[in-house]
Write a protein that binds this ligand. Structure first.
Ligand code: SF4
Ligand code: SF4
Length: 330
């Protein structure tokens, strides 16, 4: 993968969201079928393709300290998806009768992709609900007129979810770099003032409770007159931490009963993501938004090929999805 070169305003210090845990010991998350202690590893079948994510490319105007996909202004490990490639997947959904409700666009920063507005319009015009993950900064603001037209035509079918890592400026900028707060708040306020369906994605600091965090976001939204109910978990999504290098328990088939969870609750039971890696002739379908580079989670070029069970052989499966209970969809 291309190395990340930092943007001018990239954060200098360690991430305020750094995971506090020992290093991941050798031997864990190696065999796709068996955990380090010899137990059968948990799997998640694809029950329904409710959400298809399209990664528009890794290029981003920011270089956040712990960006899970390692985006930056220079990392094009995942190249820009084209509108034609996106349309192939929309066609496949329609042709094969997948019951897909939602198309999610993520990056990088989707609005930096020159083909993005075309694929956004295509998805909406085919009747999908659309969720766009954006940092709401300059790249998005360049498309205000077109976005207003889409809002006029498709209303609440379009949701824009803005990453606001924390409800305080110093923590947000500790992760995202200096000068990232005011622009994000400005973009969020523009979306709110213009009647877009919006949501915010944030994170919990180590030791910060959910109640405390939601109160912090509620006070911020009131102060900035942003129309989001911070107590609605689908509109103010707060994610657990991820760090593939830190120790975490592996998930075995026995864990479902022990934890009172079902494979059906896990994100890859109902979603897949399309990525186009640099140097490859066509996009590929991977298990989920969190693991774009690992070949073990790459299922082929078509949705039909990706209709297989996912073996939970990655630390993100454990920390973020099963133990953290998180999903990228609103
Ligand atoms: S804005 Fe999002 S995609 Fe861009 S570097 Fe930050 S976390 Fe990564
Ligand atoms: S990280 Fe991805 S593959 Fe692993 S459990 Fe979560 S959604 Fe599934």
């Amino acid at each position: 993968m291309a190395s990340r070169s930092k943007s001018r305003n990239a954060p200098q210090g360690p991430s305020p969201f750094a995971v506090e845990a020992d290093a991941l010991p050798e031997g864990k998350f190696t065999d796709p079928d068996i955990t380090a202690d010899g137990s059968p590893r948990a799997q998640v079948p694809l029950l329904e393709l409710e959400t298809l994510w399209l990664c528009t490319g890794t290029l981003c105007n920011l270089a956040c300290a712990t960006c899970y996909i390692e985006s930056s202004p220079t990392n094009d490990a995942l190249i820009y998806l084209t509108a034609d490639h996106a349309a192939r997947y929309f066609d496949e959904i329609e042709r094969d009768g997948w019951s897909t409700r939602e198309i999610g666009f993520t990056g990088g920063e989707p609005f930096m992709n020159p083909h993005f507005m075309a694929m956004l319009k295509d998805a909406l015009s085919r009747g999908f609900e659309v969720l766009v993950l954006s940092n709401a900064m300059k790249p998005m603001r360049r498309h205000e007129a077109k976005l207003l037209a889409l809002r006029e035509a498709y209303g609440d079918k379009l949701t824009i979810r803005v990453s606001l890592d924390h409800h305080t400026k110093p923590v947000h900028e500790g992760e995202r770099g200096s000068n990232s707060w005011d622009a994000a708040i400005g973009g969020l306020r523009w979306l709110s003032d213009n009647g877009f369906r919006i949501a915010v994605a944030g994170r919990l600091l180590p030791g910060e409770g959910m109640v405390e965090a939601r109160e912090g976001y509620a006070a911020l939204f009131e102060r900035e007159t942003i129309r989001i109910d911070a107590h609605d978990p689908s509109r103010c999504v707060l994610f657990p931490e991820m760090d593939a290098d830190k120790d975490v328990a592996e998930i075995t088939t026995a864990c479902w009963d022990i934890l009172g969870k079902s494979p059906a609750d896990i994100m890859c039971a109902t979603s897949r993501m399309v990525v186009h890696r640099k140097g490859e002739p066509a996009p590929r379908v991977v298990a989920c938004t969190l693991i774009p580079y690992d070949r073990e989670f790459d299922f082929g070029e078509t949705l039909a090929e990706a209709n297989v069970a996912v073996k939970l052989n990655h630390p993100h499966c454990a920390r973020f999805c099963v133990l953290g209970g998180a999903s990228c969809s609103a």
